[in-house]
Design a protein around this ligand. Structure first.
Ligand SMILES: [Zn+2]
Ligand SMILES: [Zn+2]
Ligand SMILES: [Zn+2]
Length: 167
């Protein structure tokens, strides 16, 4: 995956055999998902497109810059409906409120720094779910393997090394 993460979710053209990737406008994608296009939905998608892995509170802060009267309850309702419609992916990490992102189609994983909480996308080597074969499925039809890589980011590694020297 070489494309930048800041652009709109690219989408392969349905008709036409070439592999041209065109970002569909959010209004069209909302309609395609069977939802009504509303200002809060557009504002939430726009906020998350520019701030991936944001919490509801962080989304609220961004949306309030364009819709000052919007409530946190409205944000939760919009996040829920967009997630249910498949336009957002909800990310539940340990010790963190739910986070949301617009990159939904690629079964990508996350690398989390256990010191500062930084979250980075990690492309799935397989590209579809589930990308791990369970040793025992217990008769279940397995849909997804939730993979979270935990570690220490380069910046925190430097700080940690410096502290170790001092003590
Ligand atoms: Zn860190
Ligand atoms: Zn992500
Ligand atoms: Zn994977």
């Amino acid at each position: 995956m070489t494309s930048t993460t800041s652009s709109a979710q690219p989408r392969k053209q349905e008709n036409g055999g070439d592999s041209a990737v065109v970002p569909l406008p959010w209004a069209a994608r909302i309609r395609e998902a069977g939802l009504r296009v509303t200002k809060p939905r557009l504002a939430v998608l726009d906020a998350l497109e520019r701030n991936q892995h944001a919490t509801a509170d962080e989304v609220l802060a961004v949306v309030r810059t364009v819709m000052p009267g919007i409530t946190v309850q409205s944000i939760y309702v919009v996040l829920h409906s967009l997630t249910k419609a498949g336009l957002l992916r909800q990310l539940d990490l340990a010790n963190s409120p739910s986070r949301y992102e617009t990159r939904v189609d690629d079964n990508h994983h996350h690398a989390v720094c256990t010191v500062c909480g930084r979250i980075e996308d990690v492309a799935c080597a397989v590209g579809h779910a589930p990308c791990l074969v369970p040793s025992e499925a217990h008769g279940m039809n397995i849909h997804v393997a939730d993979v979270v890589y935990q570690g220490v980011c380069p910046e925190c590694s430097v700080v940690k090394a410096a502290n170790t020297v001092r003590t």
